[in-house]
Design a protein around this ligand. Structure first.
Ligand SMILES: Cc1ncc(COP(=O)(O)O)c(C=O)c1O
Length: 394
């Protein structure tokens, strides 16, 4: 039998971050020592009290299906979190828990998009947005922020990108891959543009707490409550609480959309893992004291890695305000390394320097590669030494 897969699947490419991770694992398995700058996850352990909540969940026998959209306990923790951290009032009918933030975003696109609907995606952008949109029949419309503006989108450009076919606009701050984070004034300016147009707004808050400079701004929906009836907040415990493997994300949106997302989830994954839900509820509602030291550690690494990049001829970086990524402009070393884009350079860095980074092509820029500095300072030092020495040896 010839195996043909669906047309739908042909619309998507494999995740490039996952591809680099796979290659890193392959080289490691073959005995190479690789400095991994590719993984988009905190290198910290999940907090002990959160692990304890999971143990307690097993001890009391949480072994069955839960409600499709999450346990009442987790939904209440999400509602309380939105009030505490974002000054936003939602009810339990307006939130859903899913298998990671990624799952929430995927479901939102499935629920909202029809064939040909446009999704405005500010770039550089997280690799999964365009493919999720394509899988749902949508068409990505990219609007690129300039590196000279610190990768922050000019509101006039956002305005120009939204047209009659726009169904959804994605706002992600701090951003993967650039780390760019909007100030309150800059977010307010985007909100004013969004308020003028009749489209859905998907606010991806997964890095909301990983910010370094200045105060955490009020939420877009707090600044522009008029957007609330056509907005979705997607968030997750993955990055904030070092819980990537637990796979719990959540969304807040108007009740009819949450009902639609629940229907979709009911015919696909059903509930996220019961035990992970108990852990996520504990993370969201317990003491948040362990967060600041983790962010302080990322801050130290951000400063260190930016200084190291600036000291290498041909590499440059717009110093990011948040997340744990730097998006390195490497066009200045393309000739010397014999490559024409960031993806090819990433492969050379992996093979030549033993450093795993992700090329920028699938993030919307061929001039860049992304480094994740969610790894120890010693590893960052070693990785940057290798990049410097390898480039110097050419
Ligand atoms: C911008 C952005 N949104 C959402 C996610 C989804 O994270 P998770 O599915 O682990 O919650 C990621 C993960 O890398 C991300 O970078």
């Amino acid at each position: 039998m010839t195996t043909t897969f669906s047309q739908r699947l042909n619309r998507v490419k494999p995740s490039s971050t996952m591809a680099v991770n796979a290659k890193v694992l392959e080289l490691k398995a073959a005995g190479r020592e690789i400095v991994g700058f590719a993984a988009g996850e905190p290198d910290f352990d999940t907090w002990p009290e959160v692990c304890e909540a999971a143990r307690a969940s097993i001890a009391r026998g949480d072994f069955r299906y839960t409600a499709v959209g999450g346990t009442p306990e987790l939904k209440e923790a999400i509602v309380a979190k939105l009030a505490r951290d974002n000054a936003l009032e939602y009810s339990t009918a307006e939130v859903i828990a899913s298998c990671g933030g990624k799952h929430c975003l995927f479901n939102v696109m499935q629920a909202l998009l029809d064939e040909g609907d446009e999704v405005v995606i500010p770039g550089p952008y997280w690799v999964s947005y365009p493919d999720m949109a394509a899988l749902a029949g949508g068409v990505a419309r990219f609007v690129m922020a300039s590196e000279d503006d610190g990768f922050l989108l000019d509101p006039a450009r956002l305005d120009a990108a939204i047209g009659p076919k726009t169904k959804l606009v994605i706002i992600n701050s701090p951003s993967n891959p650039t780390g760019a984070a909007y100030s309150e004034a800059a977010m307010d300016a985007l909100g004013k543009v969004l308020a003028k147009h009749d489209c859905w707004v998907l606010v991806d808050d997964v890095y909301e707490f990983i910010r370094y400079d200045g105060a955490r701004p009020r939420h877009l929906l707090t600044l522009h409550p008029g957007l609330r009836d056509r907005a979705i907040i997607a968030n997750s415990v993955s990055k904030t609480y070092a819980m990537t493997g637990w796979r719990i994300g959540y969304a807040a949106a108007p009740a009819p959309l949450i009902k639609a997302l629940t229907k979709l989830q009911g015919q696909s994954t059903s509930n996220p893992t019961a035990i992970a839900q108990a852990a996520a509820a504990a993370a969201l509602s317990g003491s948040q004291d362990r967060l600041a030291p983790m962010v302080a550690e990322f801050h130290k690494r951000r400063d260190y890695i930016c200084d190291r990049i600036d000291a290498i001829d041909g590499l440059s970086v717009a110093r990011p305000e948040g997340a744990f990524y730097v998006f390195v402009n490497a066009a200045g070393v393309f000739e010397k390394t014999g490559v024409q884009d960031g993806d090819a350079l990433a492969m050379k860095l992996l093979e030549g320097a033993g450093v795993g980074v992700v090329g920028g092509n699938d993030f919307g820029s061929r001039d860049h590669f992304r480094i994740s500095y969610a790894t120890s300072l010693e590893s960052i030092e070693r990785g940057m030494d290798r990049i410097r020495d390898w480039l110097a040896s050419l």
